[in-house]
Design a protein around this ligand. Sequence first.
Ligand code: ADP
Length: 990
Amino acid sequence: MATSESCSMFLGRGSLFSGFGGRAGSKHGVSSFAVVDTARRARFVLNLSCKMRQKNISSKSRRQPAKKGRRNPSSLRDETRNAEGSTKVQNSPDDHSSSAHSENSYSPIIPASDAINVDSEGFEQSSSLGREMVIQQAPNEEQLQGFAIGDLTGMIRNAEKNILLLNKARISALENLDKILVEKDDLQAEIRRLETELANTGLQPEFPADKKDIVHNTETEISARKSSLEIDSYQRSLDSDFPSLGEEIGLLREENRSLKEEIEKLKIKLKDGTPTDVEIRLATNVGFSGMGSVIFDSNVGNKGSERKDIEEQMGNTLDTAAKQANNATIILQKNEELQKKFQKLESTLMEENDFRTSLESARRENELLQQKVENLEERLRISDQEIDDQVELYHASVKEFEDALDILKEEGRKRATQVVPDNMPLKFWSQLLLTIEGWFLEKKITIDDAKLLRDMARKKDGKIRDAYIACKEKNDQEAVTILRSLITPLKSPGLHIVHIAAEMAPVAKVGGLGDVVTGLSKALQKKGHLVEIILPKYDCMNHDVISDMKELDVTVNSYFDGQQFENKIWIGIVEGLPVYFIEPCHPWKFFWRGKYYGEHDDFKRFSFFSRAALELLLQSGKKPDIIHCHDWQTSFVPPLYWDIYSSLGLNSARICFTCHNFEYQGASPASELGSCGLDVHQLLRPDRMQDNSSHDRINPVKGAIVYSNIVTTVSPTYAQEVRTAEGGRGLHETLNFHSKKFFGILNGIDTDAWNPATDVFLDHQYSADDLHGKADNKAALRQLLNLSSENSTQPLVCCITRLVPQKGVHLIRHAIYRTLELGGQFILLGSSPVPHIQREFEEISNHFRDHLHARLILTFDDALSHAIFAASDMFVIPSIFEPCGLTQMIAMRYGSVPIARRTGGLNDSVFDVDDKAIPDDMKNGFTFLVPDEKGLSGAMERSFNLYLENPEVWRELVQKNMRTDFSWDASSSQYEELYEKAVMRAQSNS
Ligand code: ADP
């Protein structure tokens, strides 16, 4: 490794070396030079000098750009002469101010080509070099003639001294060169050692990278640094920092080597041989050049070109040495830079090692921590697993226990039931028999039931054994029900129910009664009961809806006004139900009146029919479980049944009476009652059939309430209302007295008959899922009735009703006008049994005959009613009271939103959209409480508002209403329950 001391020493020598030409002497001297054999030596030196110059030129051209100018030997010479003071300085070659033709001028600048000389051995100076050189010509013989001999002798002596000094200087220069070469070798060795050390350090190429970067880099980077690739990369990086160093060293080595050889040769020459004349001239010339003296060799005075070559060779040698010294300086500087970089690398390496060490320890700590976490996790997992196992074990044992318990229970039950009945202890059968007899004596079961159960016990039937075991912990009533269920199939598959009614839809329908009879009968039939209907054979009834109608070849005689009258019996199927039509053969032709009601003798007509119906049952030998009569027209049945027919053998049935409207009670003078065979005196009593208001009148509805086993009305709210003085129409006390058998059951609708998806009366069937048909029906109806079809979204308000005061006719009228005011259309389908009401509405109808937005059809038209329900958007039911009302339910089924007064059955089926007390899923319409125009208008306006302002919500409301179950399913079950309980009571009482 080069030290700073050696560098400074080297530099110092370089300085000395560069000023060599100006110094008077050197410690290296040459003992003597004999001027002999000058021609031979001159040739040799010239030859050698040219070779050296060629080498120097070639190496110079390789290492550095050629210098435009070079130090002119004549300038050195001039300086030397000035210093000696012995010779007047002649014109400098570059001094253009002096005349080139001056007397003392001997060194004109001549073209290089003119200066080319060829010696005897054919040596030729490079013309290119010659062009750059300033050739100093020696003085010719003519010039020399001016000098004195003494002067010449002195000059020679001086020259000899100079030669001696020059030789010393040359030897010194050569020795210095040797030292330089040695130091260069040392430096090269140092460089190699550094390279080796660098290679051995394993440092990474990236340094000296910023430590922050190293910190940011992870272990991956550290390990990656170890790779040989990165070492290579570093090496490349190093090479890129010193791209010419190796090359430079190699060149220097090469030069040094050749220089050495040359120097060695020179040394040998200098030592071994006496300097030739040429050598002396060379030395003189060099000496002159170096000290500014002008030396002339008398022997070689005529060989000026040869002397110039020697001088040039010497100058070149010195230049080469100077350049080498410069190169060595550059190398030294590079070495210094390299050393600095190496030191920096070393410190970075140390930092990195420290960092790596700390990183390693951190990593080890991290690994330890991770190991601990993993251990903890593993322990946690194991403990979780243990808990899971324990829980699973627990569940398994619980399940095992439960299974075992179930098995034990099942085995116990099997053991009890698998015991062959005969093997049951006698004590068991005795207990069962005693239980049955006890129930019979306590009248909890009928004699027939007791007989059937007794037979089963006597036969040791397995079913009664199991049922009796199951009854062990039940009370008597539950046990009776269970045991009777065993014998019910033996008796009958279901109840035998006979409806006796004045209406049945669609064959004979005036109002809701007809719908209820059909709807309830069909629902009960579906439940497996035997349902039959007995109707008057009206001349005006809809025969088209009766299938297989025929007159039976039998007549039924019935009593009336003290006589027996024949009745023709017709049978037929209506809506799948078996129907008996009674055609009285009475001269008054009770049902040949062209209408259902409204005859002056309605009391007689329907009391006749009631008796004839019971006669039919009696004479046919039927044993119905339930005789269900409806409204005042058939309210004679209950007293007739109990007062006359039960004693005649028609005693199997229990009587159910349904009042569809307490407005109609059929009260008549008491004397009228006798026509059907009832005892007026017995019945004209407050607790029987005497009208509560008119004591001389018979009230058939009151009689039905008193004589029936079950009394119902058509909605829970109405049932409550009629128990009040205001709502009961004089029967509230009677109803309250018989409240235990009085029930309010909301009517359903016949969802088969009222189904927009299958309705044959409609032009377009539709459903909640697809409402397009509804709009089409609306358009069709508008066209049919000549209403404006301009605005398809114009709301259509409809009303289908009997035009009677109960229905709020004044409000219906108001609804027509209010609808028009609100921008809607109105259609009324109705007829009135009340003449003045009929007339009033006929006037209104005429008023709107050609109106584009209102139409009144004052008739009964079942088909048209279907079309209106389908077309309407809103349905008005402003009833003053309403036992049930069906139109609101039919309307909803057809997607028309009801606007109804909150009364009776309307209150049980229409729930206001804006009433916060009502659950959302129940809201279906608009209601008002006070039965006046204001109340109705308010509800209508709210309805219009929703329809017009929020059609999407309206549509959802319509769809929800259409999907609501208004069928008889739920209602018929309530009737069924009432029937069964009544029958059970009857059986237990018999
Ligand atoms: P009520 O029984 O008091 O007459 P409901 O609402 O219980 O009233 O039942 C009326 C039934 O009669 C509904 O089915 C309705 O469609 C029908 N209806 C009423 N008037 C007419 C009419 N003019 N044309 C056709 N059907 C009518």
